[in-house]
Design a protein around this ligand. Structure first.
Ligand SMILES: Nc1ncnc2c1ncn2[C@@H]1O[C@H](COP(=O)(O)OP(=O)(O)OP(=O)(O)O)[C@@H](O)[C@H]1O
Length: 939
């Protein structure tokens, strides 16, 4: 039975073939799926315009195909058929043509209704089943015995049963279809009948109507074709959509697979994570457990601690209670003690007040006493000596110094670099010592009162003495291109003079003139003019003076030495002449101010000079030596002072020996290399500070010396009274220890003041003969000395009369002869470069003023054999010794300046003197006698 052939029987385009099956989409496909055997669809690309019958057939066929696809047909879908058929062939044709050899197990498996092979059987295409049947039958035919094994028979039966089942199903379906067709046919028949009736009823209709109907039919046919086409189109679209759906399904499946894969990997990941988390959870659990146990132990220990603290606190509270009790009692005790202390303090306060009052009294007395002492000093006229130590210069590498100590009270300790320790130290005392750090302003502040006294009619002389490069010019003038801050004494003094004179102009009118000379190689030169006479320049202001001074400084002879790059090779002297007129009283006054920058006192061997420089140095040293002689003579109160020995001493005569106020700056180099120079300079300075010039006297009219002496006497009485008071205060203070310093101070002051007053009575105010001795005409320096007699002379009158000159020169000649003799006798003709050292050498014999009392002076002379000899001079006695110079204590132990009184002619000298003289003979000079300054001796 070939139902498919039957179905396609009417289609001329399709060759009915039992090897073809109908697919779901209506295509006839060979069971092998061969594309070449693909049947062309009646609605395919070969579609031609169909007749009405053909259209009906096509319509029918499509319906039939749909019914074949319906679930009534047990034929599986084309894809399934293809798949299952393939599988089915695999099962049965693994050994082609050997159905008989199929294993029994396989066949029995296939028999089982739930087995896969059974399913294969059920779903296999009918053609395949038939080919199996045919195959089996062919095999049995081929085999001679035609025996079919039981298992194959069973299989055959099964296959046949399946075919039967299908056929019966198909038959059933066909019947149903047939019935359906019949019903439809009837329906169409009735319609046809209706149409025929209609057609017969309209036979009479006109030909036109027939044409119309034909047209309508034609139109309907066309519509049908169009619809059919549309339908085909729709079918194609549906097919495409289906295919699309298939591909979408596939991609969806793929996507699903991917998703599934992702989900699987995510799942595995999550599972791993979960495992990890579980692991962590486990770990945390164990940690929590650990922590719990730890906190438990902690809790235990804390509770233990709490207990112990509790007990400790209780103990502490107990102790605190006890402490409070004891502190209360201590408080009470302390209050008691406080009260008693307050009581004691009160009484102490009362005592202290008494003491403070006493101290205040003491201090005022002290200040008063000091003032009196200074006044006395001024009246006494000692040459003031200020020492100034130069700092190390920039670039000076050697920083070792000989300056061991500088005290405010004017003490200076010099250390010998070759003798370390106390043994190598030497103490000097001056009015003031300025350290290297002292400023120009500080230095000037100590000079200022002297400068001011010039305007009151005093003569003032300020000298700078010291070795080369020690800062003499710096102190007097200032450094090169100095500004106001580092102006030296000169500029400041002049500035001060002008400032004060201006401030006093309502009561006194002043005229000021300036001179500037230098002494170079024993010649006096005017620095302001090129002529030898010193010119006097009236000046109106500081700037006038500064201009003149700058001019003068430029003219000054300077040269380089090994010790100083720009060494002053001359002594320079700036002199200010001040004349004042009191507008109220009509009194006239005149004062002079000498500002002297001495040439450097260098050792020739150190300065390494030759030729002209050597000559300069020799002159410088000679003049300084002459200055030393004058100082020595003044210190010794010698009746003869050798001013005439040098131009320098002549220029300074009035300042050194007159009633001028004289201040000497002793400049020191701090370097170790300058040690011997320093010592020599200091020894010289020491001598200078011991020189008494007598009371300074103002060159004011109507002022009498006697008044001053009376003043001194009354001052002495006042000092004596104050001393008594101080002694009383000291006694009072000794009751309250802790004020020793003051007591000591007072003591020292007592020691200073008392002998000075005594000494005053001896040394007193020596009135010295004043001789105008300067040969330089018009210099006016000697005017100071002659001022008492010269008040009426005109300011411009600078010349002394011929008569005076000749008289003076006779006297000077005598003095000079005497000096030369003396110098020859006592061996002073030592080399000029070493002359100043005469004052520095230690004497074998030392004269000490051991005790000074009001009535006289006791001189204690240390003899060479170590014994001492005392000589006491009363004021009268001294006077009788030297009627010209009352109170002078010269020639006690000093060898006579006369040749007959020297050590070589000892016959006229006393035993003591001869002893001293013989000791002096052993020293190179008479100047080696050491006369200590009063300030040092009295300590
Ligand atoms: N107090 C000081 N502060 C700073 N520098 C100083 C001081 N004293 C001196 N000097 C410097 O030391 C050097 C030498 O000083 P100065 O020329 O004044 O010495 P001097 O004693 O006048 O020398 P000479 O005798 O050779 O003329 C200069 O350069 C100077 O500026």
């Amino acid at each position: 039975m070939d139902f498919q052939t039957k179905e396609y029987g009417g289609n001329s385009n399709v060759a009915p073939n039992s090897d073809h099956i109908i697919r779901n989409n209506g295509e006839a496909v060979s069971p092998r799926g061969d594309a070449a055997s693909k049947l062309e669809s009646p609605r395919g690309g070969y579609l031609s315009p169909l007749s009405g019958e053909e259209k009906k057939k096509v319509f029918f066929e499509s319906k039939f195909q749909r019914s074949l696809k319906s679930p009534i047909m047990s034929e599986p879908s084309a894809a399934l058929v293809h798949h299952v058929g393939h599988k089915f062939h695999e099962v049965f044709q693994t050994k082609q043509g050997h159905y008989m050899d199929l294993p029994a197990s396989k066949i029995s498996e296939m028999m089982k209704s739930n087995n896969l092979d059974h399913l294969l059987l059920q779903n296999a295409p009918t053609q395949s089943l038939l080919s199996v049947v045919n195959g089996i039958l062919d095999e049995s035919v081929e085999r001679k015995n035609s025996e079919i094994p039981h298992r194959v028979a069973c299989l055959l039966r099964k296959v046949v049963q399946e075919i039967e089942r299908r056929i019966s199903t198909q038959a059933e379906h066909l019947r149903t279809q047939n019935n359906l067709f019949k019903a439809r046919e009837e329906k169409y028949q009735s319609r046809i009948r209706v149409l025929e009736a209609l057609a017969s009823g309209t036979n009479e209709e006109s030909e036109n109507e027939k044409t119309n109907r034909d047209e309508k039919n034609k139109f309907a046919d066309e519509n049908l074709i169009r619809l059919m086409k549309e339908k085909d189109q729709s079918n194609l679209e549906i097919l495409a959509l289906k295919q699309e759906l298939e591909t979408t399904k596939k991609s969806y499946e793929l996507h699903c697979l991917e998703l599934e894969k992702d989900a699987k990997s995510a799942k595995s990941e999550l599972e791993e994570r979960l495992k990890e988390l579980e692991h962590l959870f486990e770990e945390s659990k164990s940690k929590v457990k650990e922590l719990e146990s730890y906190s438990e132990t902690k809790c235990q220990s804390w509770s233990e601690k709490e207990n112990s603290y509790q007990s400790f606190m209780e103990f502490q509270f107990g102790a605190l209670r006890e402490l409070r009790l004891s502190s209360d009692s201590i408080k009470k005790e302390s209050l008691k003690a406080k009260r008693s202390y307050a009581e004691e303090f009160r009484s102490l306060g009362v005592k202290l007040k008494t003491l403070a009052d006493a101290a205040q009294n003491y201090h005022s007395l002290l200040a008063e006493n000091r003032k009196i002492f200074y006044e006395l000093q001024e009246l006494k006229g000692n040459i003031r000596v200020y020492c100034r130590v130069r700092p190390f210069l920039p670039g000076q590498r050697e920083q070792k110094t000989t300056i061991e100590q500088i005290d405010e009270n004017g003490e200076l300790i010099i250390a010998n670099p070759s003798k370390p320790g106390k043994d190598g130290q030497r103490l000097f005392k001056f009015n003031k010592v300025f350290s290297p750090s002292s400023t120009q302003a500080e230095v000037f502040s100590d000079v200022q009162p002297l400068i001011r006294s010039v305007l009151d009619g005093y003569n003032v002389c300020i000298l700078a003495y010291g070795p080369t490069g020690s800062g003499k010019t710096y102190t007097m003038t200032g450094p090169d291109a100095a500004n106001k801050d580092n102006w030296g004494v000169n500029y400041r003094a002049l500035h001060d003079l002008f400032t004060i004179s201006q401030s006093r102009r309502s009561s006194i009118t002043y005229e000021i003139g300036v001179q500037m000379v230098e002494i170079y190689n024993e010649q006096v030169r005017d620095l302001l003019l090129t002529v030898p006479d010193a010119s006097m320049h009236p000046v109106k202001s500081t700037s006038d003076v500064m201009e003149l001074m700058d001019k003068g400084l430029k003219n000054r002879a300077v040269g380089a030495t090994a010790l100083n790059e720009r060494s002053s090779r001359s002594h320079s002297c700036v002199t200010m002449h001040v004349r004042g007129l009191d507008l109220k009283t009509g009194a006239a006054l005149h004062g002079n101010l000498h500002l002297v920058d001495l040439a450097g006192s260098e050792r020739i061997d150190r300065s390494e000079v030759t030729g002209d420089r050597l000559k300069e140095a020799q002159h410088i040293n000679k003049s300084l030596s002459a200055l030393g002689d004058v100082i020595f003579a003044l210190a010794q109160k010698s009746p003869h002072v050798p001013y005439r020995n040098s131009k320098l001493t002549q220029v300074l005569q009035s300042s050194l020996g007159g009633q001028a106020k004289t201040l000497m700056f002793v400049q020191l180099n701090p370097e170790v290399i300058s040690y011997s120079e320093t010592i020599s300079t200091l020894k010289f300075a020491e001598r200078v500070s011991g020189v008494e010039l007598g009371a300074a006297k103002s060159n004011k009219e109507g002022r009498d010396i006697r008044e001053l002496l009376e003043q001194v006497a009354s001052l002495k009485n006042t000092i004596a009274k104050k001393d008594e008071e101080i002694e009383k205060l000291q006694l009072l203070k000794s009751v309250y220890p802790g004020t020793d310093g003051e007591r000591r101070g007072s003591g020292s002051l007592l020691r200073n003041s008392s002998p000075s007053s005594s000494r005053e009575s001896v040394g007193g105010t020596a009135k010295k003969s004043q001789k105008p001795s300067l040969s330089v005409k018009g210099l006016g320096l000697a005017e100071n000395a002659a001022s008492e007699h010269d008040n009426s002379s005109e300011y411009s009158d600078k010349h002394y009369s011929e008569e005076a000159d000749s008289r003076q020169s006779m006297e000077e000649d005598e003095d000079e002869d005497e000096d030369i003799k003396l110098r020859n006798d006592i061996g002073q003709n030592i080399p000029a470069d070493d002359e100043m050292l005469r004052f520095g050498d230690d004497a074998d014999c030392e004269e000490r003023l051991s005790d000074i009392s009001d009535g006289g002076l006791s001189v204690r002379t240390e003899l060479t054999d170590g014994s001492f000899e005392n000589a006491i001079f009363a004021e009268g006695q001294a006077k009788s010794n030297n009627s010209d110079r009352p109170g002078q204590v010269s020639k006690i132990s000093r060898p006579s300046r006369k040749p007959k009184q020297t050590a070589s002619t000892t016959s006229s000298l006393s035993k003591t003197t001869s002893k001293v003289s013989s000791s002096i003979k052993r020293t190179p000079s008479a100047g080696s006698l050491s006369v200590k300054p009063p300030s040092r001796r009295w300590q």
